[in-house]
Design a binder for this molecule. Structure first.
Ligand code: PLP
Length: 487
């Protein structure tokens, strides 16, 4: 290809200038990016405007997309026009559309437009906020945003925190910290062998990220005690106390409790106040997983569900689920960060900031060193919609979930298996086979997307309402679709 070889007379020029290909200019510089970013913004607006016309879930079989791509990477630069055309041809139809207003599966991963705008700016600066000095604004806006969210959730002064990529990493950080508190921080130097058998406690309703944290932290799955729940699938203070005391009597070391505030399957809440009272009385630290439901706590009327939470040592919630700050954005609030920083913090010479001992280096609060500037999207979202705007959305979602639950309950053959917790409930038909067939038909149809769970062994269909742009009629389409399929 002309112009793409080594220029021995001027080696600096190699690939510094774009090459011409038969299809147009290859490579991309910042002036090209100016043009293509505008195209991308137009594309994004059209994509969002057209979402209701797309099936929510990608109607594909595995391998359908991969086979469109060459097996080997290109040796020569290609024009961006070609790459763009391939993107339009292959990718959008190969996606499950998480921003679709009729996405009722899993939990949402909302991206409010203001959040997307902030991410574009972060994208342009492409910083690594690993220490204060490498991105002072990222660190300081993160501190303020965590405090804004603390206030928004109604938590007392004194809680501080940080932003992780995921609740999984926040919970891992909390488990590592509880482990080290139990070991008087000896595990950091000596490792775990020869130490006491550490025990952790959670209900079976907690997310699998808790199991993963326990495994990764070297605790061992069998030392995660799944405490029995009551008929609301809540861990109780009595159950927790009995489990802790039985372990102590057996010579084991209770090291930490993970409480469930809005479980993934059916939205279960442990008896938070009672369990945390037991934690305090027994001297066992605690972490609350409110990854989904935490966002709803900006509405004072829902706070009863996690009453007493201010006694927790650590709380995680994901603004990337229900608050509109797009993936990834998981906030961990800590009553005292000292133990976590002692557990996770390392400050080799190359990460020091000379003469600045007072600064916060957030990598010392988290597992990864490198960090994205996640606070900017919170700043944009909280200001662009205001807490009242965000509350209105969440309140609507909860109201519409209750309304569609009533519509479904009125259909012959449909049984509500679990009642709405916030905006999540489950329903089923007379037997598992019929319910499984129904959810498959619904998702193949594509107008709505629902997922499934098991409740006491029974296969049930989950409905969660939380899409940022959904309307009442989108939610009511759930009942209409089910009605049509049962007719
Ligand atoms: N906790 C709960 C209750 C969840 O529902 C989820 C994911 O949906 C997680 C934790 C894990 O979240 P992440 O994907 O941020 O790791």
């Amino acid at each position: 290809m002309a112009g793409c070889g080594w220029n021995l007379a001027d080696p600096v020029s190699i690939c510094a200038s774009a090459c011409q290909t038969p299809g147009g200019k290859a490579g991309m510089d910042h002036e090209d990016l100016r043009h293509w970013s505008k195209r991308a913004a137009d594309w994004a607006a059209d994509y969002h405007a057209g979402l209701r016309d797309r099936p929510v879930r990608a109607p594909l079989v595995p391998g359908a997309i991969g086979r469109h791509l060459p097996a080997a990477p290109p040796d020569l630069a290609e024009p961006i026009e070609t790459i763009w055309a391939d993107f339009e041809r292959i990718v959008p139809d190969g996606m499950t559309h998480w921003q679709h207003p009729r996405f009722f599966a899993y939990f949402p991963a909302n991206a409010a437009p203001a959040s997307m705008l902030a991410e574009q700016l972060v994208n342009a600066m492409a910083c690594n906020a690993l220490i204060w000095q490498t991105s002072p604004a990222a660190t300081e806006i993160e501190q303020v945003m965590v405090d804004w969210l603390r206030q928004a959730l109604g938590l007392p002064q004194g809680f501080v925190g940080t932003i992780h990529d995921s609740a999984t990493n926040a919970t891992l950080s909390a488990v590592l910290t509880m482990r080290e508190r139990a070991l008087a921080y000896r595990g950091l130097d000596d490792g775990l062998s020869g130490g006491p058998t550490l025990r952790f406690y959670a209900s079976a309703e907690t997310h699998s990220s808790v199991d993963k944290a326990i495994r990764v932290a070297g605790i061992g799955q069998r030392n995660l005690v799944k405490v029995a729940t009551d008929r609301d699938r809540a861990m109780t203070g009595d159950g927790l106390r009995a489990a802790i005391r039985a372990d102590r009597a057996a010579g084991l070391f209770p090291a930490g409790v993970i409480l469930c505030a809005g479980g993934t399957s059916i939205g279960a809440f442990d008896r938070i106040a009672d369990c945390l009272a037991v934690c305090l009385a027994e001297g066992v630290p605690s972490h609350v997983d409110a990854a989904w439901a935490g966002s709803a706590m900006i509405c004072p009327e829902f706070r009863e569900l996690w009453a007493g939470v201010e006694a927790a040592d650590s709380i995680v919630f994901n603004p990337h689920k229900w608050l509109g700050a797009q993936f990834d954005c998981s906030v961990q609030l800590l009553r005292d960060p000292g133990a976590q920083v002692r557990t996770l913090g390392l400050r080799p010479t190359y990460l020091e900031t000379a003469g600045r001992e007072e600064i916060v280096n957030f990598n010392e609060w988290t597992v990864p060193l490198g960090r994205r500037f996640r606070a900017l999207k919170l700043w944009f979202v909280l200001r662009a919609y205001g807490l009242e705007g965000l509350r209105t959305r969440i309140r609507n979602h909860v109201r519409w979930a209750v309304a569609v639950r009533d519509r479904l309950a009125a259909l012959p053959g449909v049984e509500i298996v679990t009642e709405p917790r916030l905006s999540l409930f489950t329903f089923a038909l007379a037997n598992d086979a019929a319910t499984e067939a129904l959810v498959s038909r619904i998702n193949d149809d594509g107008r709505i997307y629902l997922t499934q769970t098991r409740v006491d062994g029974r296969f049930a269909i989950r409905v969660q309402v939380g899409s940022f742009d959904c309307r009442a009629e989108d939610v009511m389409l759930i009942a209409k679709t089910v009605e049509e399929m049962l007719a």
